[in-house]
Structure formats: C-alpha cells, structure tokens
Design a protein around this ligand. Structure first.
Ligand code: CTP
Length: 411
C-alpha cells in the first residue's frame, strides 16, 4: 500500500445509503483516507453532513453546484482531481441505475464523470429490489462490469425494504471494507508476508459448566481478526483459529472454529508444523470445569462452590515446540504492564509480547481501537499509540518482520 491509500466512496440513492456511513467508518479504521461523493438521490436518504462529520472532509454532492463562475470552473474539473487523487473507487450502494450508467459510460453527474476519468481499482456493492437484481438488463450490466475487472461485492439474501425476500440487500459494511482492503493489498508493494504461513488465534474460549452455562470473557476477537486480515493482505497464508465471536470471517483466510481451550490447543497443535509465525491473540480461559455434568445444575438454597482446573497453557506449549518460528503472545494486564509482559516473554519463550492495559476505557476488549506496547526479545519496547485495530495489526507485522531479520542476523 502507498503510505495512505485514498478511497473515493460513491454513495448511490437507495434505502441502504445509511449503511455507507458505517462503511466510511470501517474504511477509516483500516487506515484509508476517505472522500465521499454522493449522488443527488443519495442526498434524499442521508444528509451529506453525516459523512462530513465522519470523515472530517467536505462531501462532494453535485457536478455544477458552485455559486460563482470561478467556483463553477473549479467544480467542473473537480471530478478529474478526485479521479487522480484516489487509488480505489468504491460505490455503495450501487443502484441498478448506477450500474447501468457505469456499464455503458453515461456520465451525467459527479460520480459517473469521476468513474469515467478514474483509472484505479473499482469496487461495486449493489443493492436493489430482488426483481431488479434478477432482471437480465442488470445481470448483463454486471457481466460487463466484472469483465472490466471491477470487484462486485454481492448483495445478501434477506428481507428487503419493499417486503420481498431474496437477493438485493447491501452486503454488510465490514464485508465491503474487507473487499476494499483486499484490493488495496493486491496492488500493494508491501507483500512482505509472501511465503509465510501465519497461525493466529482469536476471540475468547467458552468453558462449559453444564449443558447450558459456560465460563468465558469479554474478548470480541476484533484484534485477532484484524491481524488475520492484515496478514492476508500482505500475502501470507493465514490459518485463523477462532473462539466464538460475532465477526464476519476475513476473506482468503482458513477459518477453524473452536469453543473450548482444549479444542483451541488441539487446532493450534494440528497446524503448528505448517506455520512460520504464530500469533496468540486469543483470550483463552485460564480455568475450566474438567468434567462438566451431563445434566443442567439445579438451583438449591445452598451455597454453590465450583472446582475448576487449569486449562492447557497453549502459548507455553507452543513456546517449547516452536523451533525457529516467530512467536507473538499477548498480555492483557491491569497493572505493571511492561514488567508483566517481559516476564511473559521470558517464561513462554516468545519473540514478541503485545501488551495492553485492559483497564483503560475506550480501548481493548470490545473496542474497535487499541493502544499497545510491543515488548521484544531484543530488549526493545515499542509503544504504539491509540489507533484502529487494523492499523495496530499492521504495526505488529512491521515490527515482527524487522525482528525476524534481527534475530536471523544475530545467529
Ligand atoms: N494463553 C494461552 N493459553 C492459556 C492462557 C493464555 O495460550 N490457557 C495465551 C493468550 O493467548 C495470550 C497469552 O497467553 O497470548 C497471555 O494471556 P493472559 O491471559 O494475559 O496471561 P496468562 O498467561 O493467563 O497469565 P496471567 O494470568 O499471569 O496474566
């Protein structure tokens, strides 16, 4: 990726236009700079101010909207500037009308003229009524656009605003953002993980107490999933072992779903041999009920004590078996962050520990943002200031790759 990848986000007029606000946010979280361009009908559904507030930039709404003659001239060539300054053009929702215009080169407003002047990658996320989607005219337009090399993020099946059930609902903003990130990665010069197999664990584990109850923690899995996405963008083969989360699986990642610490350990050990780098972002439960009862535990008036046994320490076991694989552990602490991370690095034989204070509000577990300190085997500590988990994930890989070089040349 260039230092910053600029994305022009075209918003078409449809009920799903409001979801484009979530998309703008998801793109910015991944470190993209976002310029929003709205069609006239999109403004009927969402106000430009929503996007301006989100992106901190002026929103382009119309081709010849300027007041003075001078302004008219500058806005008349602005679509060329937008076409030149942006690396990726994503249109969401792309209406049937927009798809038809793009397919046939009609250019009668800012977005469609920008499209014609644009030479970068194009991602289209259509949304419309099921019959309009299925119509041969729309399907033919999609064929033309696909042949032109554009990425089409297929709409979801579901209940549409018109009450029909079928394909046509705009794909989830996270899925569209992943498609954009995938396109950015494809054109990226930073394919520094080509040839690597990265094994990542993510999310919490759930330890059953009986058939209906379990012990778990507040991990959302967002950090591990951001790492998986970043590694795939940078060219790695990615094996993601995930506990129960509500996130969409990243594109081009081999996903293994597990529930308990014991299952997670097994999945990790099964794939350790193939891995060149292991990142243990999962918040594994430290204790479990070794033999949970088959039947639901009944309530009584008496006090209940549970006997819990330690779960297998996966990180420590990988540390013993890792050979020259690069091992990155995580340390979630509420105090004495750096000392605790250093101790963990030593005792678990890690090459890097990503340490974060989970006691700070607004970052960590369920948040989209994080702030961490990277504690390295070389003795270095690198603070990474508050940023989206995607940006943090890329920083972790930047430092991991430098560390690998340093460790190799020290041998
Ligand atoms: N971890 C693991 N297996 C476990 C518990 C934790 O592999 N049974 C890994 C986590 O994936 C993480 C690291 O160990 O990479 C640190 O987890 P954390 O809960 O912060 O530390 P603990 O090892 O549990 O140590 P402590 O309780 O002393 O903080």
């Amino acid at each position: 990726m260039p230092v910053t990848t600029n994305v022009a986000l075209g918003v078409g007029g449809g009920i799903a236009a409001y979801k484009a606000a979530e998309l703008a946010r998801a793109l910015m979280e991944r470190g993209f700079s976002v310029q929003v361009v709205m069609t006239r009908s999109a403004e009927e559904f969402v106000r430009p101010l929503t996007f301006a507030a989100l992106t901190g930039r002026k929103v382009i709404t119309n081709l010849f909207s300027a007041a003075s003659a001078e302004d008219t001239l500058s806005s008349a060539i602005e679509h060329i500037r937008v076409a030149q300054e942006n690396h990726i053009l994503v249109i969401a929702p792309a209406t049937a009308d927009l798809l038809a215009k793009l397919a046939h080169g009609l250019a009668d407003d800012f977005l469609t003229t920008t499209y014609l002047a644009f030479t970068g990658s194009v991602v289209l996320a259509p949304a419309m009524n099921t019959n309009m989607w299925n119509h041969p005219a729309t399907q033919e337009n999609l064929r033309i656009l696909r042949e032109r090399g554009h990425v089409i993020v297929e709409p979801d099946d579901g209940i549409l605003a018109c009450g029909m059930v079928g394909p046509g609902r705009l794909a989830e903003p996270e899925i569209i953002a992943q498609a954009v990130a995938g396109v950015a990665g494809r054109g990226s010069s930073k394919h520094d993980l080509d040839g690597e197999t990265v094994l990542i664990t993510a999310g919490p584990t759930q330890e059953p107490l009986d058939p209906v109850r379990y012990l778990s923690n507040r991990s959302s899995g967002k950090m591990g999933y951001a790492l998986a996405e970043a590694a795939a963008e940078r060219g790695a083969r990615v094996i993601l072992v995930s506990g129960p989360v509500t996130l969409a699986p990243p594109a081009r990642v081999e996903l293994i779903l597990v529930r308990t610490a014991v299952e997670m350990r097994q999945a990790v050990m099964d794939h350790l041999e193939q891995a060149t780098m292991i990142i243990k972002a999962a918040a594994v439960a430290d204790y479990h009920r070794a033999n949970p009862p088959q039947q639901k535990v009944k309530k009584t008036a008496a006090r209940l004590s549970l006997e819990l046994d330690p779960t297998p320490d996966i990180l420590a076991e990988v540390g013993r078996k890792k050979g020259d694989r690069l091992l990155v552990g995580f340390a979630a602490e509420t105090e004495n962050l750096i000392e605790a991370a250093r101790r963990k690095l030593q005792s678990k034989n890690c090459d890097m520990v990503v340490a974060n204070l989970v006691s700070q509000p607004g970052i960590g577990f369920e948040s989209d943002e994080n702030a961490v300190t990277l504690v390295l085997r070389t003795g270095e500590t690198i603070p990474v200031e508050r940023a989206s988990k995607s940006i943090i994930a890329h920083r972790i890989f930047d430092e991991a790759m430098k560390l690998r070089l340093a460790l190799h040349s020290a041998q």
